[in-house]
Write a protein that binds this ligand. Structure first.
Ligand code: HEM
Length: 136
């Protein structure tokens, strides 16, 4: 025992599980017609965003920071500004993510924490889009 607190990245299972979570998320988004509206917002080829999301999750969960070091900086909210995210597409994102987490995020406490954090982020993105949109 090192006595050090385990990171979310370690509890999740490290690089292989983080990569699997990102791949599962985009596979689900790509194949389930319930997520068609969300899918249509993305590029036809999901490889680049899947790689990027894998790198983001690694940093976000307290794992290796290579992805951020290579980019220099990254602001999640700015990156999603101007996409016109609605409560509908935010809900699709969350549902697809919950499906992806099923069977992969085995630690119950971590699952609740991740769900809460994703929910706050997705809702904030939809709220920001709504409150910064120009007059209809
Ligand atoms: C709320 C609903 C959301 C929608 C509709 C959405 C949509 C998108 C779209 C359209 C892209 C660009 C994809 C492409 O170019 O093919 C993207 C990129 C990305 N999204 Fe989201 N997203 C959402 C929520 C989130 C959340 C909650 C996170 C993080 C927890 C996230 C993390 C990312 C990352 C890391 C990228 C890649 C950015 C880059 O490489 O520049 N997204 N998202």
């Amino acid at each position: 025992m090192s006595g050090e607190t385990e990171t979310a990245y370690e509890i999740l299972g490290g690089a292989a599980v983080v990569r699997a979570l990102a791949e599962r998320f985009y596979d689900i988004m790509d194949s389930n017609p319930a997520y068609a509206e969300l899918r249509a917002m993305h590029m036809p080829d999901l490889k680049a965003v899947c790689d990027s999301f894998t790198g983001f999750l690694s940093v976000w969960l307290g794992g290796p920071r290579d992805w951020l070091d290579q980019r220099g900086s990254f602001c999640l909210m700015s990156r999603h500004a101007g996409m016109g995210i609605t409560s509908g597409t935010a809900g699709q994102w969350l549902d697809a993510m919950r499906e992806a987490m099923d069977g992969l995020v085995m630690d119950k406490a971590l699952r609740v924490k991740m769900d809460n954090a994703f929910t706050r982020l997705a809702e904030a993105m939809a709220w920001t889009a709504k409150t910064t949109a120009g007059p209809a």
